[in-house]
Design a protein around this ligand. Structure first.
Ligand code: KMH
Ligand code: ZN
Length: 308
């Protein structure tokens, strides 16, 4: 089996500050948690920004530039910028930082879907900020828009024009068909790095059968032209990542996807989840890839050509 790629997603746009005091919000917090995650063994850092005053997901270039140079000065980890941003943002807002920064890697969500966060409302006793409750509640009528035109725009602006490669986030079978479609149109070349996403309300559930099915389908569609990684939301994070590792796949952890370290214990930082999955994959004989090995495996352009 090839070396294992550990991606760590540091803060995301799903969790809100009232859910955990450890969710990184400020540039300092995002930079520190990113550097610690890289030191713990993450070769790829998946990054979103937040407004430091409110903790709200932000698309502002200045918020990204508050932490990107600090992370790149301290570690050679691959910096992967989200193009999903938050489902409440317009596509142009979501792309502001990736367009400005021309990163080596970007996320790319492969279909339009529901992205429902409202069940979390009942679990929060005390709210830190006014925006959080309506933000979560209104997700019962929220469309995470990733139309073929949106996907083509991202492939063109970030991939063809700026040389980024992608973490193709696939929440359902249909998203693999969509990736095949864009490969057939010649908008993207292999090897494809496919992130199977489990446990988002609106996407596929966190069942082992779903993972094996996605792998069979991807084998049929892409043959040996792809590698897969797994992220699963909440308590399914480590079990599903472990299953991916056992199948020869790659893993993603981090507070974007799960705030806990174990049952009833909040993770104090993403690095603790990296250390945990590292321990598990180590027992399987899987060796974590270094950032430069990740670059070679994924065909990345290198950190020197970004505007960070
Ligand atoms: N939070 C993940 C379920 C993106 O940044 O493009 C989805 C995600 C989307 O990572
Ligand atoms: Zn993300």
């Amino acid at each position: 089996m090839s070396k294992i790629l550990i991606t760590c997603a540091i803060t995301g746009s799903i969790h809100t500050p009232s859910m955990s005091p450890y969710l990184p919000i400020t540039a300092d917090e995002i930079a520190t948690q990113s550097i610690d995650a890289a030191e713990a063994g993450a070769a790829i850092l998946h990054l979103h920004a937040r407004d430091p005053r409110t903790g709200r997901p932000s698309a502002a270039v200045e918020h990204f530039m508050g932490f990107l140079p600090r992370i790149s000065a301290a570690t050679d980890a691959v910096l992967n910028l989200s193009t999903g941003g938050s489902a409440v943002m317009s596509l142009n807002d979501r792309l502001a930082a990736p367009r400005a920064v021309a990163p080596e890697m970007c996320s790319l969500n492969m279909g339009t879907m529901n992205f429902a966060l409202y069940p979390a409302v009942a679990r929060i006793k005390e709210w830190k900020h006014d925006w959080e409750k309506p933000f979560l509640e209104n997700s019962d009528d929220l469309v995470f828009k990733n139309t073929p035109r949106d996907i083509a725009t991202i492939l063109h602006d970030l991939g063809q024009e700026r040389g980024a490669r992608f973490e193709f986030e696939c929440y359902d079978m249909s998203h693999l068909t969509m990736l095949r479609h864009f490969a057939d149109r010649g908008l993207v070349e292999p090897p494809f790095f496919i992130q199977f996403v489990f446990g988002v309300l609106g996407g596929m559930g966190p069942d082992p059968e779903n993972l094996t099915h996605m792998v069979h389908l991807a084998d049929r569609l892409f043959g040996s032209d792809y590698a897969f990684s797994v992220l699963a939301a909440g308590r399914h994070q480590i079990p599903m990542a472990s299953m991916a590792a056992a199948m020869g796949g790659h893993v993603r952890v981090g507070l974007e996807d799960n705030l806990m370290l174990s049952k009833g214990v909040l993770a104090k930082c993403s690095a603790d989840q990296v250390t945990k999955i590292r321990r598990i994959v180590d027992e399987m004989g899987r060796i974590p890839a270094t950032p430069d090995e990740a670059r070679a495996m994924l065909g990345l352009k290198g950190a020197a050509t970004t505007a960070i």
